[in-house]
Design a binder for this molecule. Structure first.
Ligand SMILES: [Zn+2]
Length: 220
């Protein structure tokens, strides 16, 4: 895994190769502003980097990283510190992105924390709960994703249930996106499409939600 020193070495290569050889025109173009066509809302997880996974270049993706790649529902009040909502507003109204992708992934720590809360809602030892004082209320946005039917509980092992929960959480975020009036308007006018992806870390594969079949299917 990369140490801090390795990142500094990477920066040298970025200066000498990426900028100098591969993208020499980039700096002068970038100075004029950005016009990405795609926004991706991804988890903060170090193993899920949308730019690396899609081989994107600087300027291609407007990215939000937060715990478990969540979108909160729209609130008219501006009194909250909604960094994700602010980013969505900037991307849709000002940058006029054409796609927004919610990018979930396997082995998501935020989703595991949510599932643990459901399995054990009142921990006997309150001490560990203190360490989730911000994560817990944040994960409440997708609380319904961790409600399993008896059939799901009986049939699915923990890994499978986590995958179900991760994918459901992305679909809740997708629904929440449409609660933002200007997102809905852009979609109605066919200027914006929204997508849910699920990245399998162990396999290195991306799945996309298919609205017709109501399933996540591998992107080919
Ligand atoms: Zn995650």
């Amino acid at each position: 895994m990369a140490s801090y020193a390795k990142l500094l070495e990477g920066y040298k290569a970025f200066r000498s190769q990426y900028l100098s050889q591969e993208n020499s025109a980039w700096l002068s173009e970038a100075k004029e502003g950005q016009s990405p066509k795609v926004m991706i809302i991804a988890c903060s997880d170090s193993r899920v980097n949308p730019a690396i996974i899609t081989r994107a270049s600087l300027g291609d993706i407007f990215v939000v990283n937060n715990v478990a790649n969540l979108v909160p529902p729209y609130h008219e009040s501006g009194n909250t510190h909604h960094s994700t909502s602010a980013a969505i507003e900037f991307a849709v109204i000002h940058l006029k992105v054409e796609h927004i992708v919610i990018m979930g992934h396997s082995g998501c720590g935020g989703i595991r924390a949510l599932m643990a809360d459901h399995d054990n809602p009142k921990p006997e030892n309150p001490e560990p709960a203190k360490h989730y004082s911000f994560i817990r209320p944040w994960m409440q946005i997708v609380d319904d994703a961790a409600v399993f039917t008896d059939q799901e509980k009986a049939a699915a092992d923990i890994e499978s249930r986590a995958k179900i929960c991760e994918q459901r959480a992305s679909l809740i975020s997708l629904k929440n996106l449409v609660t933002f009036p200007w997102v809905k308007e852009a979609m109605t006018q066919d200027r914006l499409k929204i997508h849910a992806w699920h990245y399998d870390i162990g396999e290195g594969r991306l799945l996309e939600y298919n609205e017709t079949s109501e399933e996540f299917k591998e992107l080919t």
